[in-house]
Design a protein around this ligand. Structure first.
Ligand code: XIL
Length: 312
């Protein structure tokens, strides 16, 4: 129903949100997800620190609960994320042998993607591999393995869950420049090496009134690689103080982003990074900003909700 049904009527797979037991455990959040969204992304529960905080010792408590919530309610799942420099346990960052790291990546991906085999619609296999200037991020993965860590991760994911669509995901792909150019070049190299990649995710953590109009052309540029494209973590934060003018700007900006996906055949779906402003990561991560989502602190629909809906 709701937003998801409108998105599907436009030929897309889903309109989704991020959640985890800590948020869908709230009955108002759960009922909004049931009514409005067709896909869920685990906000934290499938990350490396949550699933394998010590080597070879796996914990799927919250991830299993998320998958159970999704399957019980008929929602697709975007798995997030297998290989990422952040929320990465120290024991991984401290590895200093390439062959050991390869084994560790392969075992992590095989175990996490293997556990949910057949239940995941998209996997964000690697996340945030680039710096803003388009060079590779200086993670343990890149330091020891170079760009081959990406090939290793995708091949392991394909072996573990052959029917999941495999994605590379990043942020600040919202405007023209070095970072999106580097992503497009990398996708070309991965395809030429036969790496099993299906899609590119653009997170779309945006600021109301700030360069939103450049986003549609970047979605088209990503689509021109031939991969599927998804908007994976949309939020549009407002610089405090939040005014009615800025809430109106935010509503306009949501429409611009959603419409860009609707109008791009290769864009398969869009996910907002949470349900209610009450639970958004923005509060702690960007304290000078607020109110980035479609539902307010009291779980009521905002102008942004109506505007996003009308854009579908
Ligand atoms: C964020 C979560 O929302 C927070 O709860 C957590 O503390 C940190 O991570 N890019 C990503 C997401 O790919 O995994 C991040 O999620 C937000 C930025």
């Amino acid at each position: 129903g709701g937003l998801d049904a409108k998105m599907k009527a436009k030929g897309k797979r889903y309109f989704g949100t991020a959640t985890d037991p800590g948020t869908f455990g709230n009955s108002q959040v759960a009922s909004i997800i049931r009514a409005e969204f067709g896909s869920v992304t685990p906000e934290n529960s499938m990350k490396w620190d949550a699933t394998e905080s010590s080597r070879g010792s796996f914990n799927f408590g919250n991830a299993d609960a998320l998958v159970n919530f999704a399957t019980t309610n008929g929602k697709l799942i975007r798995g997030h994320t297998l290989v990422w420099h952040s929320q990465l346990p120290g024991w991984v960052s401290n590895i200093n042998s390439a062959s050991e790291l390869t084994t560790v990546i392969q075992n992590h991906v095989a175990t996490v993607a293997g556990r949910f085999k057949g239940k995941i619609d998209h996997w964000d296999v690697v996340n945030e591999v680039f710096e803003e200037n388009g060079t590779f991020r200086n993670s343990v993965f890149y330091r020891l393995l170079g760009e081959q860590f990406i090939d290793i991760a995708f091949k392991a994911a394909k072996a573990a869950d052959p029917n999941a669509k495999l994605y590379i995901n990043d942020y600040n792909l919202d405007y023209a420049g070095s970072k999106i150019n580097a992503m497009i070049s990398l996708i070309g190299r991965l395809k030429s090496r036969g790496v099993p990649i299906d899609g590119v995710g653009t997170q779309a953590h945006l600021i109301a009134g700030n360069s939103i109009n450049s986003v549609p052309a970047q979605i088209r540029a990503l689509a021109a690689t031939g991969l599927d494209v998804a908007l994976t973590e949309i939020d549009i934060r407002i610089r405090k103080p939040v005014t009615s003018a800025l809430l109106t700007q935010q509503a306009t900006d949501y429409a611009t982003i959603i419409k860009a996906c609707v109008d791009t055949p290769k864009c398969v779906g869009a996910t907002v990074w949470g349900v209610s402003d009450r639970n958004s990561w923005v509060d702690s991560t960007f304290p000078e900003f607020d109110a980035p989502l479609l539902f307010d602190d009291n779980y009521a629909k905002k102008a942004a909700y109506t505007s996003a809906s009308n854009a579908m």
